[in-house]
Design a protein around this ligand. Structure first.
Ligand code: SF4
Length: 369
């Protein structure tokens, strides 16, 4: 079977495609007896397809539980897919024997959300960095030197090689996690919420570091995040996920300037404005995310969508589009951009902090006048 036999038309191919994900499905079976049936499954991922070119960054965004982290683990086969295929550099990873997959995984690394729990507390930084090199037979005879180079690459001093993870701050530990991923010279890194556990001031430093490393080494990233403000800085392409499916896919500029799906509208309207005191009218969604054990029929978003019609409950929309911008919504052409996302929205929104100050001081000024 060739890579192109199962190619999916809905998502355009970026050139050259380093990674192609084709109709990926992951259902987690529930223990017999739960929910009264033996065949109940959690629909974690249901038909996800996308491609990623060398040197590009694909962001997978969505609320907690939408399946984005499961996709990340499926790419590296840390979880086995229920169905679908993952092609890396033209090779079908899903059919590789375990030994061949282990060798391939050197080129596909992962950075985790919690840098502390992903580092072995009993290993020094030097041991943490040289162990994967030894495992893959890399840098023989100069592993300590290579470890020092990696620390330098992530902005840490070489003398830190002798220290243990507990001696570092959260941001420094994430830098060590990045250095460990780089130790085996990968081509693709899956970054699973790499900055969500960090202080806001440190988040920007780590995102800038990832961008800098990408430029220098030509890496590709799959960047999993729920924070669209972070995604806006680092992604070249964005896939918005809801309840195990991609509902919108586009290059970053299109997605942020002309979002089409009502769920994307809601996510974008939740990005805080940089100026304290300014608050946009958020698009508030009703209800909770439905149970992934029995997702709604038709459009999975219809139970919360402010624009839902009868057709939405009856018929599942297909992810389609043109010019690299795809959306899964029957009525996206009829749905106006919410007020909060219109180009001059920020200028029109009153500055609440300023209003409060004026309310406090203006009457006194008026008395002196
Ligand atoms: Fe909303 Fe219907 Fe579009 Fe789904 S198909 S996003 S329910 S308008």
């Amino acid at each position: 079977m060739t890579m192109h036999d199962d190619a999916v038309a809905a998502v355009p191919v970026l050139t050259p495609p380093l990674l192609q994900v084709d109709n990926l499905v992951k259902h987690f079976p529930l223990p017999r007896g739960l929910f009264g049936r033996g065949d109940a499954v959690v629909h974690a991922v249901d038909g996800v397809s996308f491609t990623l070119g060398a040197g590009q960054t694909m962001a997978l965004v969505g609320e907690s539980g939408c399946g984005k982290s499961t996709v990340g683990r499926l790419l590296l086969r840390l979880l086995e897919a229920t169905a679908g295929r993952v092609w890396f550099d033209g090779e079908d990873l899903t059919s590789l024997p375990p030994a061949a997959m282990r060798a391939r995984r050197r080129e596909m690394q992962m950075i985790f959300q919690d840098p502390y729990s992903s580092l072995n507390p009993r290993m020094t930084v030097g041991q943490t960095l040289t162990e994967p090199m030894a495992l893959h037979g890399l840098a023989a005879g100069r592993r300590q030197e290579r470890a020092a180079e990696l620390l330098d690459l992530v902005g840490l001093a070489p003398q830190y090689l002798q220290r243990y993870p507990h001696e570092f701050s959260g941001g420094q530990r994430q830098r060590i996690g990045i250095a460990r991923a780089l130790a085996v010279e990968p081509r693709l890194i899956v970054c699973d919420e790499p900055v969500s556990a960090l202080d806001v001031s440190i988040q920007a430093q780590v995102v800038n570091l990832l961008q800098d490393i990408q430029r220098r080494l030509g890496l590709s990233y799959v960047f999993i995040a729920h924070d669209l403000a972070v995604v806006k800085h680092i992604a070249s392409h964005v896939a918005v996920m809801y309840l195990g499916q991609i509902v919108e896919y586009a290059d970053k500029e299109s997605l942020f300037s002309q979002p089409r799906h009502p769920y994307t509208h809601a996510l974008l309207s939740a990005i805080p404005l940089p100026e304290p005191g300014r608050v946009l009218n958020r698009v508030l969604l009703q209800g909770d995310v439905p149970n992934p054990i029995s997702p709604p029929s038709g459009c999975r978003f219809h139970t919360r969508c402010p624009h839902a019609q009868q057709r939405c409950a009856d018929e599942a929309p297909v992810l389609t589009g043109e010019a690299g911008h795809s959306v899964a919504c029957h009525f996206w052409r009829d749905i106006a951009l919410p007020l909060a996302l219109q180009p001059d929205a920020a200028a029109r929104v009153p500055n609440r902090r300023l209003e409060q100050l004026q309310a406090a001081f203006l009457p006194k000024d008026a008395e002196h006048a």
